[in-house]
Design a protein around this ligand. Sequence first.
Ligand code: TEU
Length: 557
Amino acid sequence: MYQIYPASFKDSNNDGMGDIAGITSKLDYIEALGVDIIWLSPHYDSPQVDMGYDVSDYEKVYPPYGRLGDMDNLIEETHARGMRIIVDLVINHTSSEHAWFQESRSSKTNPKRDWYIWRPARYDENGQRMPPNNWRSMFCGSAWTWDEQTQEYYLHLFATEQPDLNWESQEARKAIYESSMEFWLRKGVDGFRIDCVNMYSKGRLDDAPVIDSKEFLQDAGLIFCNGPRMHEYLDEMSEVLSKYDTMTVGECPFTPDRDQVLSYVSADVNRLNMVFQFDVVETGTSHAGKFRHVPPSDWLLQFKAAVTRTQQLINDTNGWTTTYLENHDWSRSISRFGSDAPEYREASGKMLALMLASLSGTLFIYQGQEIGMINAPSSWSIDEFKDLDAKNYYNEVREQTAGDPDALQAALERIQFIARDNARTPMQWNAKRNAGFSESAEPWMRVIEGYEMINAEAQEQDKESVLWFWRRMLKLRKEHADVLVYGSFEPFNLEGEETFCFSKTWKDKQAIVVLNFTKREQTVASEQLHGAELLVSSVAKPVNNLAAFEGRIYLKK
Ligand code: TEU
């Protein structure tokens, strides 16, 4: 599966923003990579407070991206190449500009009042107005906003402009299914990547436990996710989906419990085909407070444990798993888990590609990952970062420290390492102006310097490039799908802090994978390799020891 972020993929009309026609013009490139399915991040009409994850009309395309006809064309052209296309389904919340919310907020007696979650204020001992509970929104500040006109608070787990829909209302649910799902299924999309799929049922809106006693607001993800009616809602959605030939992949944060994950994806329940677990991308950080954490020196141990947990979801169960290191919400994997220094960048990109290609489950690649794109450089100032997530955090630090320059510098460094913006810069197509993304004078977001070196056209011409390595690996993954896609995963030498080693087993066939996560050579001598033959290495001329950031797959039959 290949994820496309429409704003940053390819601008066909030179207005500085990517668009649907731009995506269609690159379908051959995507097909040549060996992709089966495309996932499109939100293309709907939206005020773009959260880059389209704030939908104001499910049945329209965001005008700078094109029109409905452009989507019809993209769907048709994708199918003509034997690929499928799924779209993002953002139905935990809408934009505050959606007509439903406009009606809902207009008066307490409006028939759509209960399509969103409205609650009266609480008052503290000094008579001060307080929100209905202590939940912190995912984007800083309270998850409740006071509405002057009707004198109530509404809930928004994300930005103020992203009010949460009230799934308790059956009427609202029916409207959601019709407008956001059936409208696009009838147009021929092949399924959905479902945003925040475990957040619809919020239970009793109880206060979150106080972890940080200095603050009123508390991280509440474990409280508002996986509420009591989740299964019922997903069963209803499955009924809608079952009328079409579809697949689903749901986003499943704040769900450490394996059985809970299985309650969504095991084959007998028929709810979701698969989910994104957050264990791996959260390595060295935490979901809610990702900017507040600095990766510990033993992050590789956490990484290996996280990969093991998500891989073993399918051992002895009938669930299905996913494997990914990047998407539009996390920074680039080479910069996070390898090294983006010029001498190690390509090696890291290939080693991570080899790892991903040998893990079980459905594999997701994010645009630019296949050419080894890296994070924005440390020379970028805060003004280059466009995402509200990073900006809100930076402003919060500024307020809390009265603008202390050291604190702000530290915040900027965290942003440069982990911010979502790192994955949202324009795709690097060639060495020309704006990396070939757009002819416009000013793309909506700055292109990362160094695109003269890291771009698709240059890599197309170089068989040793990261791009060609990805192509080879995806081919190999299909040739050995038994062990690589379906095999059962078993790590070995888990306590090693330099390498990641595991076996994949399918009946009497076994693959052994060894990965060097350091800049130093590592030995591979291990009893697991007896009788194994080298299938592929990420370096051109493998020797005895593993080179810096080298990965290998061996086969045993
Ligand atoms: O993300 C949901 C999510 O759990 C967020 O916490 C996400 O991890 C975010 O990056 C917080 O820093 C989905 C989308 O993938 C994300 O882009 C949206 O902003 C969010 O939902 C709201 O729709």
